[in-house]
Ligand binder design. Sequence first.
Ligand SMILES: Cc1ncc(COP(=O)(O)O)c(C=O)c1O
Length: 180
Amino acid sequence: MKFWLLKIFMEVLSDFFTHVYEQFGIRVNYADAGNLEQFEQAITPGTKLIWLESPTNPTLKIADIPAIAKLARQHGCLLCVDNTFASPISQKPIQLGADLVVHSGTKYLAGHSDLIAGIVVASSPELAAKIKFIQNASGAILGPLMPGCLFGGYKHCLCVYANTAKTHRFWQNGLRPMNR
Ligand SMILES: Cc1ncc(COP(=O)(O)O)c(C=O)c1O
């Protein structure tokens, strides 16, 4: 079931890239980020952007972000990391060398299945200005109530992470909850 779903996700994505992006002259190569040698071979002189998902959904594979950021710099392209499944609390790709980070705000960050949102974080004011321009020109903005809901969800998400970390430390230290 899992693999069937994964195949469907990949087919839908690659259909989108092939049938929509290729019309605009954008070509997409796919590479396994777990094999850096093969990954580097997929980079061509025309590569403008490396798009990485780490951890991956749904198989939770982890990529070596600093090593791929180094490759991106060597080949003169940008690195964008989809950080949705780590969240900004447990992984900060810009500190690891990424130029751009995206999050699905729909998932952990909002946390209540009450909105659909995406977040783009840029490593420099110049990149941020370019993205802001595209966002403004294309009208891809949230409804007026959504940012408040997202912010509330994020505060809840911070508490859940903090408590999970505390519980983890509690058990690691060999302590037991009072009621056991
Ligand atoms: C890793 C990852 N990034 C982005 C998205 C897109 O999320 P949204 O539902 O906010 O469009 C998904 C959706 O499943 C995802 O798994």
